[in-house]
Design a protein around this ligand. Structure first.
Ligand SMILES: *[C@@H]1O[C@H](CO)[C@@H](O)[C@H](O)[C@H]1NC(C)=O
Ligand SMILES: *[C@@H]1O[C@H](CO)[C@@H](O)[C@H](O)[C@H]1NC(C)=O
Length: 523
């Protein structure tokens, strides 16, 4: 109760003053923005003024929100064709890393070239109290924090990455913390640990020597004319980030060593359920055997799927007892089975909140999976790209989901898997268990995020949340110098003792010989 009253008091205080916050979400994927928008909403609710750089206009204008919309957004599908994704072109973990870096450099460049963002770069004075930005391969934008001389907070949309630890002064223990691309748990086998070590070191090395130089030259190109003096290294700016708000939750993610400046706010985007539009509500309530909800998320469209896959899905759905709600972007689709409702946009959270929804068929995206977990729904995961494979493997391991591979899926297998997840009670029981765990918070993730953002501003960047280890060399951090010191001393000690021992033995031996010679002579 104490914390709550403090927060209530703060919300009263700040609504009088209201901070001026610069908020940047330059990555164009709608799902990322859906998560980040929860922060903007929270800040506005508390009376702050927010200047937002994003690709997505607010549905409802707000008097305290100034929007700088990157329009047109960077065209990701032009460079990463969606057809490749549906065909499941194989990408190794190493290719995935390269892809993230490329896409990060490109989307950041696109944003920095936009006139509205340029006008921010050209501002002479700083009206802002704090910069909040997505931590997703946009590090050159940390230069805004330097330019305006304000504390920087990042929001880790996709959960933890090792470099977040490093930026806070913590070396990720690779023995039990798998790389963010890997589906391993904290009990890796020897082989898994070996691969995890290799991938993590590879990531670290190329990030430092390939990716960061790109970010540095990008920052120089866009900021050099508008900042006095030499620009700092982007790499050093990352080490100055005050706070990282991370999409992770203790109930579903691997426990990891942490530090005060890393705060978990997983679940922040999940809102209380709102009433459904009447057609969806009636469709759900009229389903005698429950409802299957199917969506491939906001980026991949079901309409982009190959035709034979769409036919296969419809065939499978038509053989179910359940009704099916399908986020399908062409509402005029032909030959739709009677038990299927399609709509191009679905209030997903409100649908998942319904008791009568018995299965969530999903691509295994992080945000949707968290919603499914929150509402306790067993899942059938059909991962397509990125972290979806990893999320799916984890969901199956946890026991609340089955998985399917779209490129190999037949309608028979689809029906079989759907029936298995719905009829076998172990899936729904596990889902309910996880839901209880996921909801069990001392304070809501949103309130927690707001508390820490205001804390950082109140305490001018709150340097005390970060370990000084951030400036240590790896050599010092691992105490290798000390190991060498004591190791050296031990060796020296050993050497000296051996030397002494040798002398002693030699001396005794010589004495003995002398004595025996002496004895011989006497005889
Ligand atoms: C906008 O900010 C002012 C001052 O911070 C506050 O008094 C007002 O209530 C805010 N408006 C809304 C709609 O929240
Ligand atoms: C990034 O941009 C370059 C050229 O500007 C292009 O060749 C490349 O395919 C783009 N990569 C991604 C992942 O968007």
């Amino acid at each position: 109760m104490h914390l709550r009253s403090v927060i209530f008091f703060l919300s009263v205080v700040t609504s009088v003053f209201g901070y001026n916050i610069l908020f940047m979400g330059p990555f164009p994927a709608p799902s990322h923005w859906m998560w980040l928008e929860s922060f903007v909403d929270g800040l506005l609710e508390r009376g702050h003024h927010v200047t937002v750089v994003s690709n997505h206009k607010r549905k409802i204008q707000h008097e305290n929100c100034t929007e700088l919309i990157i329009d047109p957004p960077y065209d990701i599908p032009k460079y990463l064709p969606k057809s490749d994704i549906f065909k499941m072109r194989y990408a190794s973990d190493f290719q995935n890393l390269q892809m993230w870096w490329n896409i990060g450099v490109n989307t950041t460049e696109h944003a920095l070239n936009h006139p509205k963002v340029k006008s921010l770069i050209q501002m002479k004075t700083s009206p802002f109290d704090c910069l909040i930005m997505e931590q997703f391969f946009h590090e050159s934008m940390l230069m805004f924090g330097h330019k305006f001389n304000i504390p920087v907070i990042t929001a880790g949309t996709m959960g933890y990455a090792d470099y977040m630890d490093h930026a806070m002064g913590l070396l990720t223990p690779l023995s039990h913390i798998p790389h963010l691309l890997l589906p391993y748990k904290d009990d890796m086998t020897f082989k898994q640990r070996a691969y995890n070590f290799y991938l993590s070191v590879y990531d670290n090395f190329w990030r430092r020597f390939h990716y960061f130089p790109l970010m540095q030259s990008q920052a120089e190109k866009h900021f050099a004319n508008y900042i006095e003096g030499p620009l700092p290294l982007v790499r050093d700016l990352e080490k100055k980030v005050s706070l990282m708000l991370i999409n992770s939750h203790r109930s579903i993610d691997i426990p990891r060593p942490t530090i005060a400046g890393l705060v978990n706010v997983g679940g922040i985007h999940i809102k209380p359920a709102k009433p459904l539009p009447s057609d969806i509500r009636d469709f759900i309530n009229g389903a005698e055997h429950g409802v299957v909800y199917f969506s491939l998320g906001s980026y991949m469209k079901s309409t982009d799927m190959p035709k034979d896959k769409i036919k296969m899905l419809m065939d499978g759905f038509s053989r179910l007892k359940q009704r099916v709600i399908w986020k399908y972007e062409d509402e005029n689709i032909k030959n739709l089975p009677k038990n299927v409702l399609v709509k191009k946009w679905m209030p997903q959270n409100d649908i998942l909140a319904q008791k009568n929804v018995v299965l969530f068929m999903t691509h295994g995206g992080l945000f949707g999976s968290q919603e499914g977990i929150f509402w306790g729904k067993p899942m059938l995961c059909i991962p397509l790209y990125g972290d979806q494979h990893r999320n799916t493997i984890k969901a199956v391991q946890e026991g609340y989901a089955l998985s399917a591979v779209l490129s190999q899926l037949t309608s028979d297998v689809l029906v079989e898997k759907i029936n298995e997840v719905i009829s076998n009670k172990r899936f729904s029981q596990k889902a309910k268990e996880l839901s209880l765990r996921f909801r069990d918070n001392p304070i809501s993730p949103k309130d927690e995020a707001m508390y820490w953002i205001e804390y950082i501003i109140r305490h001018k960047g709150a340097k005390h949340l970060k370990s000084k280890a951030v400036d240590m060399s790896l050599w010092e951090y691992l105490q290798l110098d000390i190991v060498f010191l004591y190791g050296g001393l031990a060796l020296l000690g050993l050497y000296v003792s051996l030397k002494v021992l040798y002398r002693l033995v030699f001396w005794v031996y010589v004495k003995h010989n002398e004595n025996s010679n002496f004895d011989k002579k006497v005889q």
